[in-house]
Ligand binder design. Structure first.
Ligand code: ASP
Length: 338
């Protein structure tokens, strides 16, 4: 199976072609990590192996699976980062390339190789901005490519299978045989191979020997919530910070952010990860009232791993609608840009 790169040179001229091709976009992460010693699963450097090499490593296996045999696979390196360092520059490039390939009639879906640390944020950003009618599948690994028993090749294979599954659409993540929706997916473990979870919603499905078993509806495609062009063009995204309520949270952090706002990039939004059902330490709440009076938009989530804030009649601020604090932060960035 040829794995040509770069993909842009392979675009066909004919418009009436079946959507057969898959594009794999590389952004780095542990799946592309390299360690000095094969047994080392923690002391490696993420984002070293090219996505073309990752794809070449599974091409024989892919050729033997009926769902993937005969499909054109393309690899394109969008970035090569440890996803702990993810941010607007890579996100802009990724949004542009995903949108570009999804618009190609011959492309059935896009797979994105990504680090696990911020995978859920990238997944949510892609879903919130693009709401794609074709599948966009994030693949990752908990062990580097050089591990004695790496998990990346299987995860990549599973992601390719999900991307060609009948009815697949929207942004999902695949890890350890489970498929998670962008809205719900969350990294919940530091080391385990099945490091992701979908909270109360549970996984959308699972992949077994290349076959997908689905338990939930795929995310509904929608008109993109905001024009992609202004998002890509905008130099600096609005500054939205995340604060946590905890014992002794006295609001000093919020006041420091407000003070810094006078000299640096103005603070536009705050997402607060509250205790339990979004409750806040009174002193932190006072500081948030002060921030709101200064024009800062406040949203309230929970630091609980499960459940979502259930709104009450006396809430001071809107809740995050079930989004985790990190995803709610991105949604607020997008709202403030809209
Ligand atoms: N730090 C790595 C990353 O997010 C972790 C991983 O991929 O598992 O890129």
């Amino acid at each position: 199976m040829p794995i040509p790169t770069p993909s842009a040179s392979l675009e066909p001229t004919a418009r009436h072609v079946p959507a057969q091709r898959l594009v794999v976009l590389g952004t780095g992460g542990t799946i592309a990590g390299r360690a000095r010693a094969a047994g080392d699963n923690v002391g490696y450097t993420a984002g070293e192996v090219s996505v073309a090499d990752l794809l070449a490593g599974v091409s024989d296996m892919a050729g033997r699976l009926p769902a993937l045999a005969g499909r054109g696979l393309e690899a394109e390196q969008v970035a090569q980062v440890d996803s702990k360092d993810m941010g607007p520059a890579v996100w802009r490039a990724l949004l542009e390339r995903v949108a570009h390939h999804l618009a190609r009639p011959e492309v059935a879906g896009v797979v994105v190789t990504h680090g696990t640390d911020t995978l859920e944020e990238t997944a949510w950003l892609l879903q919130a901005v693009l709401s794609p009618a074709k599948p966009v599948v994030l693949a990752c690994a908990m062990r580097p490519a050089t591990a004695l028993v790496p998990d990346g090749p299987q995860n990549l294979m599973d992601a390719l299978c999900v991307a060609v599954a009948p009815g697949a659409r929207g942004v999902v993540a695949v890890c350890a045989g489970q498929v998670h929706q962008a809205r719900y997916v969350q990294k919940v473990h530091t080391y385990r191979l099945d490091a992701f979870d979908s909270g109360d919603a549970g996984p959308l499905g699972c992949v077994e020997e290349g076959r997908l078993r689905v338990w939930q509806a795929w995310p509904e495609p929608a008109a993109p919530s905001r024009a992609l062009a202004p998002l890509l063009a905008s130099g600096a995204w609005p500054r939205v910070e995340l604060v946590t309520s905890h014992a002794g949270a006295d609001g000093a952090l919020v006041r420091a952010l407000l003070a810094a706002s006078d000299t640096g990039a103005p603070l536009r939004g705050l997402v607060v990860a509250g205790t339990g059902n979004g409750t806040l330490h009174t002193d932190l709440q006072d500081a948030l009232v002060q921030a709101q009076a200064a024009g800062v938009v406040v949203r309230r989530g929970t630091r609980c791993a499960y459940g979502q804030v259930v709104p009450g009649p006396h809430d001071a601020w809107p809740d995050t609608g079930g989004l985790s604090p990190v995803k709610a932060r991105l949604s607020l960035v997008l709202d403030l840009m809209g």
